[in-house]
Design a protein around this ligand. Structure first.
Ligand SMILES: Cc1cc2nc3c(=O)[nH]c(=O)nc-3n(C[C@H](O)[C@H](O)[C@H](O)COP(=O)(O)OP(=O)(O)OC[C@H]3O[C@@H](n4cnc5c(N)ncnc54)[C@H](O)[C@@H]3O)c2cc1C
Length: 284
């Protein structure tokens, strides 16, 4: 049974900060697909909930050539997957969005909720990492921007202060010839977090970017692996190499979803498959 809580839905950012000031410990609610589980299972005592979806700043969702894509905190995963430019320019993000849970759940779930929940297996984190996304944060004393690579600080932990709200996430524009893929392995399609997930990107100037989920305490960008691949052509030999090499750059654990050893193996399989897909997309 759900425990009792106050529900608030401010219509402005200023109102939101007043409510946060008056109700210490208040929790923010977006789609509620993570939070409702916490409430239903009484995993935390939550007395005050603040729904952020009426705050105008969280509803911004636009792509501008030269600037890139901005995704507000109220934008659902389905809205992201269905925006044409996402599929054209940010393929890994589109594929990750399409892979998250089920269609019904994606109608509620938000990308910002996914990263603020900060699960090591958050599917939308690895595409954001390869695209060098910026997290836009507002607090009572002003706004700040944090690179996605610095946003996660531990399992279910982020740089967010208790009285801060993420307004949205922005992804820089990408050039023609920039291709990316997202792949994940999960036990059950649609109802489970991934055993491992990988996003790979080949930029228009032939840099390879790699990020993974569920293989470390936080979603991670594999910068040393990227350095080792720098200047190398995208070939089937490179795909074979990454299959063996990737295990040296991750530290998975064993848990209810998988053993660490299986995660190491499947990470190699996903990375190899991803590189082969990039080659097919015109990666040379
Ligand atoms: C059946 C099921 C299947 C799932 N499958 C997947 C899956 O395949 N892959 C996956 O990655 N996840 C999965 N999830 C988890 C969840 O659906 C996602 O993490 C989702 O994106 C969370 O978004 P939300 O808007 O529902 O977040 P909420 O539940 O509303 O919020 C999540 C957390 O973020 C905080 N928060 C929300 N918005 C803000 C904000 N603007 N500023 C600061 N903090 C904020 C909340 O306080 C809360 O702590 C699944 C969940 C369920 C129930």
């Amino acid at each position: 049974m759900l425990s009792k809580f106050d529900y608030m839905k401010p219509k402005t950012l200023q109102e939101a900060f007043v409510l946060m000031g008056e109700n210490p410990g208040i929790r923010l609610l977006a789609g509620g697909t993570d939070l409702m589980i916490v409430l239903r299972r009484n995993m935390e005592l939550i007395e005050h909930l603040m729904d952020i979806k009426e705050i105008p700043e969280t509803k911004r969702f636009e792509y501008n050539q030269g600037e890139g894509l901005y995704i507000g905190a109220s934008i659902t995963v389905n809205e992201i997957a269905e925006l044409e430019v996402v599929g054209e320019k940010y393929q890994a993000l589109k594929q990750a969005a399409d892979s998250l849970a089920s269609y019904q759940l994606r109608n509620r779930a938000t990308l910002v909720g996914n990263i603020c929940n900060a699960s090591p297996g958050a599917d939308l984190a690895s595409p954001l990492l390869i695209f060098d996304a910026i997290v836009h944060i507002a607090g009572p004393n002003g706004k700040r921007e944090v690179a996605i690579g610095e946003f996660f600080t531990g399992v279910k932990k982020t740089v967010l202060e208790p009285n801060e709200i993420v307004l949205g996430v922005s992804l820089p524009d990408v050039q023609n010839g920039d291709n990316s893929v997202f792949l994940k392995q999960a036990r059950v399609k649609g109802h489970d977090l991934g055993i491992a997930g990988v996003s790979l990107r080949k930029t228009s100037d032939n840099q390879i970017c790699v990020a993974m989920t569920a293989v470390a305490p936080t979603p991670i960008r594999l910068t040393q692996l990227e350095k080792a691949m720098s200047g190398k052509a995208l070939t089937t030999e490179l795909a074979e190499w990454i299959f063996e090499e990737i295990r040296n750059h991750i530290k998975p654990i064993s848990d209810i979803r998988s053993s660490a050893e299986y995660r190491l193996h499947v990470s190699g399989v996903l990375a190899k498959k991803g590189l082969l897909q990039l080659i097919e997309m015109g990666g040379q």
